[in-house]
Design a protein around this ligand. Structure first.
Ligand SMILES: O[C@H]1[C@H](O)[C@@H](O)[C@H](O)[C@@H](O)[C@@H]1O
Ligand SMILES: [Fe+2]
Ligand SMILES: [Fe+2]
Length: 301
């Protein structure tokens, strides 16, 4: 007589535990927009000091701000939309990227694979959802463009900004750094909205081309990441927007949620650069498990 009751009780408890588990997952899903603990612990003034940066970084931005034009942007998107550059898994891509030294970055001295793992580990330490850890792990893989026929690094790395409208003063080194960009002589482009409409939404805006736009496109088509995760990828270098509040007039309602997501991601990308270098082989099994779940198998790059 008692046995069924016990079984029922056990079932009830199991159901409750599962419900609590679901609730925790749910909280994890949304809690990325709380201020991160990680953010508070770091001395932020030591990062992104572009005025003190070396000539390599300054030269990089001069070239990028001169060559990222609207016409270039339209042409390069068309080129990469058609290309199959490689077929490989996410981990293979991480290993390939590791040989690159990023000329735009004043803050990191470790390789790219370490930077990806540092970012993911910081997100994991803070108990953020799995998909966000995956975003940390892959967010810079678009830098593979350097091996897929990019002209240099000016079309791959560095902060991004909007092309097709006036250059914001909130971009690194300001408006003046665009004096040699041919677009500044086009009056139609050099207004607040340029070719866009007020409130059109950032989905409809062309960001300067580089690793963010490229990887966003690859992941949008081939991963199971949620929209906020894809936005973290697409906008992570868009500092004039997520840090300096530029381009508000181009945003639509939904962009506010995307902005919150990108802001939650940013400290992990930036401040993990001073963490201890991670042990790649020790971490591989854990992250391979996440890759198998969110971006499985061979990817078309
Ligand atoms: O130096 C840059 C930085 O300015 C970008 O915002 C970032 O996304 C990059 O990965 C790095 O190349
Ligand atoms: Fe990046
Ligand atoms: Fe990064």
């Amino acid at each position: 007589m008692h046995a069924p009751e016990v079984t029922d009780f056990v079932k009830l408890k199991a159901a409750q535990v599962e419900a609590i588990g679901d609730e925790i997952d749910h909280v994890n899903q949304i809690k990325y927009d709380e201020a991160s603990k990680f953010d508070a612990e770091k001395d932020k003034d030591n990062f992104r000091r572009y005025e003190d940066a070396c000539d390599r970084v300054k030269g990089f931005y001069k070239e990028q701000h001169t060559k990222q034009t609207l016409n270039y942007n339209l042409a390069i998107r068309e080129k990469y939309a058609k290309n199959v550059n490689a077929r490989m898994t996410v981990w293979e891509a991480m290993e390939m990227l590791n040989t690159l030294i990023d000329e735009s970055d004043p803050d990191t001295s470790v390789g790219q694979i370490e930077h990806l793992l540092q970012t993911a580990e910081a997100i994991r330490r803070d108990g953020k959802p799995e998909w966000m850890q995956v975003v940390g792990l892959v967010h810079d893989l678009g830098k593979l463009l350097c091996f897929f026929g990019a002209d240099g690094q000016w079309d791959v790395v560095g902060d991004t900004f909007v092309v097709g409208c006036e250059f914001s003063d909130k971009i690194i080194y300001g408006k003046d750094s665009f004096v040699d960009n041919p677009d500044i002589h086009d009056e139609k482009l050099m207004t607040e909205c340029g070719i866009y409409e007020r409130g059109c939404g950032l989905d409809n805006v062309l960001l300067s081309y580089g690793h963010d736009e490229y990887l966003y496109d690859v992941m949008r088509r081939q991963s199971k990441l949620p929209k906020e995760g894809l936005s973290m990828i697409r906008y992570h270098s868009f500092y004039p927007w997520h840090k300096e509040n530029a381009y508000q007039h181009l945003m639509c309602e939904d962009d506010k949620a995307q902005l919150a997501a990108v802001r939650a991601f940013n400290p992990y990308d930036l401040y993990s650069k001073s963490d201890e270098p991670p042990k790649v082989s020790e971490l591989k099994p854990y992250y391979q498990g996440l890759i198998d779940k969110w971006i499985p198998g061979e990817i078309v790059w």
